[in-house]
Design a protein around this ligand. Structure first.
Ligand SMILES: [Zn+2]
Ligand SMILES: [Zn+2]
Length: 344
């Protein structure tokens, strides 16, 4: 567990939260101050109405007869006016059932919808909202598909990212002629958006969506395979639906990696995280191609294995951590330079 203690005096918001505009600290440091009035009615609305209403509530001082103090504060007003379309365009971002919500509610509002591994065919989804009947679930899915069509008709970008797991099949059930779909060829262990974040892919995808929105570049409705590059770049290769199905699930399909799996720099075979040396590359009873070799590529998972001190057993190939002194696979000592390969 990580815990951080911040002294009251070191916390900018501390005094102002108690003293309000009388706080001497913010005056002394030249901070401007403006009260913000949010009408309570907003919180009683359903989500869809709220999303439609809030942009106007912020932009229109006389809306519902409430004077919004925030607009009397010129920098904020200018900022909100300038970026309102971006702010509300990006309201429609979500993952999993949040992605379903982004697609469902973004249809006639958002300039850009970004959904990560959303459920789509709720009848088949293992995680789904409660509903009175199967028909109600089917109707929810239909409503989401209608929202995608509406967004596309307005020229809004609808971009969906998914991995090659259950969510790929959900994506296949969407009206793909209106969707820019990027399929990432791996099987994530953890929530996909979190994995993208750990792999430094999430922010570039997000930034790309914002950039295209601001430049008014429509999303091409096509299916593409996302190929991760070092440093967070993402190459996208156009694919037909049939090609993709055969690539991922056909008889000649490659075994898809999971996060922390790695590919050998010599034979390019996939290795699981438990291997430090490639299971396929052997010479005279000893494994020869380690994860540290130039050309080996590891699927990011947020951890930094191997670090200095971590090691692998040449005799059985097992991956070991710095604190382990004997191979858990065969007993070889970390201090045996002929058998142990230690990261320096
Ligand atoms: Zn190999
Ligand atoms: Zn061993």
């Amino acid at each position: 567990m990580y815990r951080e203690y911040v002294q009251s005096d070191a916390n900018w918001s501390d005094a102002i939260s108690r003293l309000g505009r009388d706080d001497p600290w913010h005056k002394k440091h030249g901070f401007a101050f403006a009260p913000l009035c949010v009408p309570l009615e907003v919180f009683q609305m359903d989500l869809h109405t709220m999303l439609k209403f809030v942009p106007h509530a912020i932009l229109d001082q006389d809306c519902m007869g409430v004077s919004h103090g925030i607009l009397n504060f010129p920098p904020i007003a200018a900022l909100v006016r300038r970026y309102a379309h971006v702010i509300f365009a990006l309201t429609s971002v979500g993952a999993s059932m949040g992605g379903f919500g982004a697609l469902l509610h973004g249809g006639d509002l958002a300039g850009s919808i970004l959904a990560f591994s959303p459920q789509a065919n709720l009848l088949e989804a293992s995680l789904r909202p409660t509903a009175a009947s199967p028909e109600a679930l089917r109707q929810m899915s239909e409503n989401m598909f209608a929202s995608i069509r509406a967004a596309s008709k307005r020229g809004a970008r609808v971009e969906v990212h998914c991995a090659a797991d259950e969510h790929f099949l959900h994506a296949m059930s969407m009206p793909l002629e209106h969707v820019s779909l990027v399929v990432h060829t791996l099987l994530p262990r953890k929530p996909f958006a979190r994995l993208l974040d750990k792999a430094q892919q999430l922010l570039p995808i997000f930034g790309d969506a914002v950039y295209r929105l601001l430049r008014d570049q429509p999303a091409p409705a096509m299916i593409r395979v996302g190929c991760w590059q070092r440093g967070g770049d993402l190459k996208r290769y156009v694919a037909e639906k049939g090609q993709l199905l055969s690539l991922l699930f056909g008889p000649a399909s490659a075994e898809l990696p999971r996060p922390a799996d790695w590919f050998c720099g010599t034979c390019f075979r996939r290795n699981m995280t438990s291997h430090f040396l490639c299971w396929n590359c052997k010479d005279g009873g000893e494994f020869t191609s380690p994860i540290t070799q130039a050309g080996a590529a590891r699927i990011p998972d947020g951890s930094c294995y191997p670090r200095a001190g971590d090691w692998g057993c040449r005799r059985c190939g097992t991956a070991m951590c710095a604190y382990q002194w004997n191979c858990t696979g065969c007993g070889v000592s970390k201090w045996n330079p002929d058998r142990a390969l230690v990261v320096t």
